[in-house]
Structures are given as C-alpha cells and as structure tokens.
Design a protein around this ligand. Structure first.
Ligand code: UN1
Length: 505
C-alpha cells in the first residue's frame, strides 16, 4: 500500500462523501467536492473526492451485469425492496430531514416532509406488482391471443436537481427499479448527502449489487452518462438549458429521454375568489422552499377589481414571514441554495426594475426584512413582489418571461377571466397553474384553455402525488410524464406477443 497517498478524511461533523458502485461504498479519486450550508458562511456539510470518468464506466458495467437478473426478479420481490427502503427512510426522517435543511436550505419541516414523501413514493411503487402489467387483445385469427407485455429499458441514467434532493430521485429511481431497470444515478453536486441517504436506504433494504449505482460529481458526469454506449434511457429533472442539451444528445444517439425542466407558473385570482384562501395559497406557492421549485408560483394574475386588496393582504402576510436559518423552527423561508444563485436572482430583479417593473415588496437591495436584518450570508434574499405594468401582452420584462427559481413573484392585472387566461398562457412554459374562483363555468373554461400539465383549482401551484401523472405542457417537459401510471410509459417498452398453441386450434 502506498502510504504517501492522500486520503480525504472529513473533519468531525462533516459527512464523508462516498460513491455506491456495484453494491460497495467507495471513495472517489477525482477533485474534492464539498457541500456547504447556504445559511452559514463557510460551514461544510459533506465532503469527499468526486467520481471520475472511469467510475462511470465501472458503474455502467455493474448496472449492465445486474440487469438480466434484476429484470427476471418478480416485480413483487422488487417492490418488497422498495417497501423496506421506505421503512428505513421513515425511521430516519428527522435526522435526514435536518441534513436536507442544512444542505439545501429549505426549512426543517419541509426537509422532514420531503424524506417522508420519498418513503411514500417508494411505497406507491412498492405495490406496483399488484397492478395490471399489460393488456390482452383478441385476435382476428382463430386460436390466437395477442398480449402486450412490458419490459424494462435496461440500464437507465438518472440525473437529478438540488431542490428536492430525495423526493425527485425517489420518483425516478423507484419506478425505474420496480419496472426492472438498473440505474446509474448522478445527483446535483450541491446536495450529495441526501443522495447517499437514499442509496443507503435501498442498500439496507437488500437491493442486489449493481442494480443501483450512485456517482457524485460535476455536470461532466451527466455528459459522460448520456454519451455512454451502454445507456438505454435517461431521465432528467433540472434547468431548461441542461435538459435540452442532454435531450439533444440522447436523441442523437437514439436513447429514450425524459426531461422535466422549467416553469413560470401562474396563479390566477378572479374577483369572486375566496381572497383569504387565495392569498395563503399564493404565499405558499411562491415562497415555500424559497421559491426553488419548478412548480413554484412565479406569476400572479389578478382581476383588476380585487388587485389592490389582494396585494395589501399578501404583503401583510409577508410581513409575518420569517427569513433565516431554516433549521430554526420559527423560520418560514431559508436561503437560496448558494450565494451564486442568490446573486443571479438579485441581478434579475434589478434588470426587471430597469425594464419598468414596479418593486412592490422586498427587492434585491432589501437588507432589512420586517424590521429585522436579513442574515449576513449573501444566499439570503427577501421575498420579493414585482408588478409589471398593464397593457396588452406580450411584455418584454425578464421577471415575466424568465424562470428565476427563487422567491420572486411577478404580478400583472387582468380585465376579466379571458384576459387572465391569455396572460397565463403567455409563456413558453406550461408546467402548473393555480386558478382561484368559485365559478364552475370559469373553472371548466380553465380546464380547456390553460395550456399546462398540472392545474390546481383553488390550491397552490406546487405539489404532486405519487399516484397521478406529473409533468408539463409546452416547453416545460420532454418525453413521457413522471409518477403514477405514467412512469411506466418511460421506464418500460412494450412487446406485442402473438400467441397461439403449438397445435392447430
Ligand atoms: C412539488 O411541487 O412538490 O423540480 C414537486 C421541481 C419539480 C418537483 C415539484 N420537479 O421543483
């Protein structure tokens, strides 16, 4: 053994980053990667050496070697692994929820809730064996039946974002595994610890070696994955730019791709809406998780007659919204994931104001918030409301068009419901939408007219349930939707089997 070889040993209190390849936890050999607590300057949460190109090859080889055995394992047995992993997650929800809050910046309650949500997702897919597995058709020929069976794609790459570091991986990896695929997973490098926790839960649940492989490192690993000749499918959630680049590469190689990307989700409030309910739901939709959800409410379209009152009420609620260390139970909103992310949003707010937006609340330069100084870390931002002047759409304001991925809400006023629908559809994205009214006729119009993948009637734009499809219309998504029965559209392909007995009927 070469004793001069340096080995990264994490200081006490800092978690050691490891990669999970072929059922073993390994140190990396690449550059040092640290995940930082965005709420506390200089506080390292986890650290270790990144995975390298060679690790991608080894992980892909392990996943390939495990593929046939796993595909032939009964779905009920595959599901039983997920059920045991769900119990493991529930047992660690408090501790891992705290780690999540420290690493990502969402509140402790949201962190714990997310670990429990991952468990719930694993349980939903853990029961997949009890659901229909294909279809049977009649044949025009005597003595024949036609079966449509589903088979795994094979080795699937999973690339996940920072903002839901355990729930989004769970809703990709659980259906991938239960449908018989093996996985090579690259999580966002900002939140590697929670990725390790999900892999730990699956390992503790008895997942066979090679079925799931976890590689922690930079975006270069994602590019190596999509370019790997052994890859049979790639599922991605993250930014529009990266999603489109990966989708283009996957298409060029003939690899099935599923990408869940941007949103610029609107909340529409008509004059007859229950304002108290709508204000609260808009508050939650726009500012929970510091607005770092692809389903967050980032545009608010208010019917003219109630617009001033709505904004007064929203600002009054924001006055009581505490910004600070997310592990403090009194805090409503933590920091952005990093200083760089917060700086980008500050720049976006300044540009929007320069383009004519009115700053209605908070802002890029707010140092105090509700009379209390914001924490010194640059990753903190005050919740911000901008109003873009009226007039016919389109307006060329960056706060109306671009996804900021932070606590910024951009308001416009609408003359009536049709005007509100027009404004809501004035976006290249179409992920989710919240619509507040008590008028069933308008609700039915909204179902027809709003071009979105997810429509919330009288509830906030964020949120998802494991048993129903999740994903966007227009340029928010690419490929089949996620979750529920929709997930199998991506993680399996069908084989149509013409079946007759071996002797004449
Ligand atoms: C939610 O709204 O609870 O990246 C989930 C995102 C989405 C998930 C949103 N894919 O924010």
């Amino acid at each position: 053994m070469d004793m001069t070889q340096t080995r990264h040993v994490a200081p006490p209190g800092i978690a050691d980053l490891r990669h999970y390849i072929d059922g073993r936890w390994e140190e990396g050999t690449g550059e040092l990667l640290t995940s930082m607590n965005p709420a506390r300057n200089g506080e390292v949460v986890a650290g270790g050496a990144q995975a390298t190109t060679g690790d991608v090859d080894r992980a892909m080889a392990a996943a390939r070697a495990a593929a046939r055995g796993w595909a032939r394992t009964p779905m009920h047995e595959r599901g039983a692994v997920l059920m045991r992993a769900a119990d493991h997650l529930d047992a660690h929800a408090q501790a891992w929820g705290l780690e999540l809050a420290r690493e990502e910046g969402k509140t402790l309650a949201e962190g714990i809730g997310e670990v429990s949500r991952a468990a719930q997702i694993l349980r939903y897919y853990g029961n997949e064996g009890d659901r229909p597995a294909g279809e049977v058709f009649s044949s025009p020929r005597r003595g024949e039946r036609i079966l449509v069976t589903r088979k795994p794609l094979g080795v699937v790459g999973v690339v996940t974002p920072f903002n839901f570091p355990i729930a989004i991986p769970a809703w990709k990896i659980a259906p991938a595994l239960v449908h018989g695929n093996t996985v090579v997973w690259k999580p966002a490098s900002a939140v590697p610890l929670l990725a390790m926790r999900l892999a730990e839960a699956l390992d503790a649940a008895g997942l066979p070696a090679g079925v799931l492989n976890l590689l922690i490192g930079s975006g270069a690993l994602g590019n190596q994955l999509v370019e790997h000749p052994g890859l049979d499918g790639l599922t991605f959630t993250g930014s529009t730019g990266v999603g489109r680049a990966l989708s283009a590469k996957a298409a060029g190689r003939g690899v099935p791709m599923q990408a869940e990307m941007g949103g610029k989700n609107a909340a529409l409030v008509l004059a007859d809406a229950d304002l108290e309910l709508a204000v609260e739901q808009v508050l939650f939709g726009a500012f929970r998780s510091t607005g770092q959800k692809c389903t967050a409410t980032s545009r608010l379209i208010l019917a003219e007659p109630i617009a001033d009152e709505f904004l007064d009420r929203l600002h009054a609620r924001l006055d009581g919204w505490r910004v600070g260390d997310p592990t403090d139970p009194a805090v409503h909103m933590g920091p952005l994931v990093s200083e760089a992310a917060a700086d980008d949003i500050r720049a976006g707010i300044r540009t929007a104001v320069g383009q004519g937006a009115r700053l209605a609340y908070g802002g890029a330069d707010a140092e105090k918030y509700d009379g209390v100084a914001l924490p010194a870390e640059r990753s903190f931002l005050a919740p911000t409301v901008l109003e873009v002047p009226g007039g016919p759409s389109p307006v060329a304001n960056t706060a109306w068009r671009d996804e900021f991925f932070g606590p910024v809400l951009t308001v416009r006023r609408a003359a009536d419901a049709d005007d509100a629908f027009r404004l809501a559809n004035d976006s290249e994205f179409g992920l989710s939408c919240a619509f507040f009214t008590q008028d069933i006729t308008r609700i039915l119009d909204a179902v027809d007219d709003l071009d979105v993948g997810i429509l919330h009637v009288n509830s906030e734009s964020a949120g998802a349930d494991p048993h129903v499809p999740f994903g966007g219309a227009k340029k928010s998504g690419f490929g089949p939707k996620e979750q529920g029965g929709a997930a199998k559209e991506f993680f399996t392909h069908t084989t149509t089997v013409y079946l007759t007995g071996g002797s004449p009927a």
